[in-house]
Design a binder for this molecule. Structure first.
Ligand code: NAD
Ligand code: ZN
Length: 358
């Protein structure tokens, strides 16, 4: 058995209002007055008070990015080209401010500034050769675990797949629960459930080990407090931010499972976003995760979240086939969920029937 030697985020700040310390955190990382910091910020913050608190100096630049669609390899390539032609020096660093979408864009651009070619060439495992430039992640919505993970999930010309590498994790993360204040309720639920589902899939997987279990159990407890408990809004924001962190750590040394495998199919074919896609699938997985799905429905009930229906109604056989192929392509997820003989358990037809329910 060869054990993996994983990098972790080496520095993290946690605290309400800690965003105001960003300037002093970045200062020692400034290479020269010609080497800017580039801030990728979710465009939901355009014109909001947060922008006035971004510690701009010299030729620093803010680039607003829409999270309407999940990040694409072509988008990353364009951003890298733009930065290279706009500045004489390599940036001092990249800062991503937003949800999983913005965090992934920031990670990918930081990698592609030092590695040649297109981001699509690096989708996969351990294909990145050169260290990325300094990059900082600042989540404004909690759940994905993208702030701790060693991947950046991108939609490429051929596949939706992460750039998984030792150079992907952030050099610095800033966790300021205050930034999650304005998240709409539905989105709070969908992205938070990404974390909940990470826990269920990790804790019920065949890859489970004490490392993953310790983080997964903590994250699951926190999710229960946030979505079923009776705690203040402020406490809830703090706890969900830490749940996301622990949930992300839990899957580092294990894997996700069926909901993620199917949700990738939905996303690839129909552009359904990660958080809601996971919920759409997970509600029908009681055969595989009975307790997890039962509690999920309680949470949904408590917060009166109505999931859309008929997402797959009217799809052609070819379209179902594409989703199934994408989904079956994620072999480690199935192995984790169902074991080595997963192909015997999850037949083509059984998966087709599950997709048809959505
Ligand atoms: P997101 O980044 O797509 O944002 C969801 C919505 O919330 C957007 O409309 C955004 O504008 C809004 N929003 C964010 N912060 C807000 C705030 N403070 N106030 C108001 N609105 C706010 O959503 P997400 O669920 O965090 O991320 C999903 C993405 O993360 C997907 O692209 C998925 O592939 C990726 N992901 C990555 C990893 C990883 O390890 N790298 C893990 C899971 C998911
Ligand atoms: Zn996820």
């Amino acid at each position: 058995m060869k054990y993996r030697n994983f990098p972790m985020v080496p520095r993290v700040v946690f605290g309400h209002g800690s965003f105001l310390q960003l300037g002093e955190i970045l200062m020692p990382k400034r290479k020269s007055s010609e080497a800017p910091f580039i801030f990728f910020i979710d465009d939901v913050f355009e014109g909001q008070p947060l922008i006035t608190e971004v510690p701009l100096l010299f030729n620093d630049q803010i680039i607003f990015i829409s999270s309407e669609e999940e990040p694409k390899t072509a988008q990353v390539d364009v951003l890298v080209a733009k930065i290279k032609e706009s500045f004489t020096e390599m940036p001092s660093g990249i800062v991503g401010i937003g949800g999983g979408t913005l965090l992934d864009v920031a990670k990918a651009v930081a990698i592609m500034l030092t590695n040649p070619g297109s981001a699509a060439e690096y989708q996969g495992w351990d294909l990145v050769k050169k260290p990325a430039i300094y990059h900082v992640g600042i989540p404004t919505i909690s759940g994905t675990g993208a702030e701790v993970s060693r991947t950046t999930v991108l939609m490429g010309p051929e596949k939706k797949l992460g750039i998984n590498s030792d150079h992907t994790p952030f050099d610095q993360v800033l966790l300021d629960p205050k930034l999650t204040h304005g998240v709409p309720k539905e989105q709070w639920f969908y992205t938070g459930m990404d974390c909940y589902i990470h826990c269920i899939e990790s804790l019920n997987g065949t890859y489970l080990n004490a490392f993953s279990q310790s983080y997964g159990e903590k994250a699951l407890d926190l999710c229960h407090e946030v979505y079923l408990g009776d705690i203040s809004k402020e406490e809830s924001r703090d706890k969900l931010m830490m749940a996301s962190w622990h949930g992300g750590m839990s899957i580092a040394y294990s894997q996700v499972g069926i909901a993620h495998a199917m949700s990738y199919g939905l996303s690839y074919l129909l552009g359904v976003k990660h958080g809601i896609g996971n919920c759409l699938v997970f509600q029908y997985l009681e055969e595989f995760y009975p307790e997890g799905v039962k509690v999920f429905k309680q949470m949904q009930e408590k917060h009166q979240i109505k999931l859309p229906t008929g997402i797959c109604a009217g799809l052609s056989e070819e379209q179902f086939d594409i989703m199934i192929q994408v989904s079956f392509g994620l072999v480690p997820l199935w192995e984790n969920a169902l074991g080595d003989n997963w192909k015997e358990i999850m037949s083509y037809d059984r998966l087709l029937q599950l997709f048809k329910k959505i």
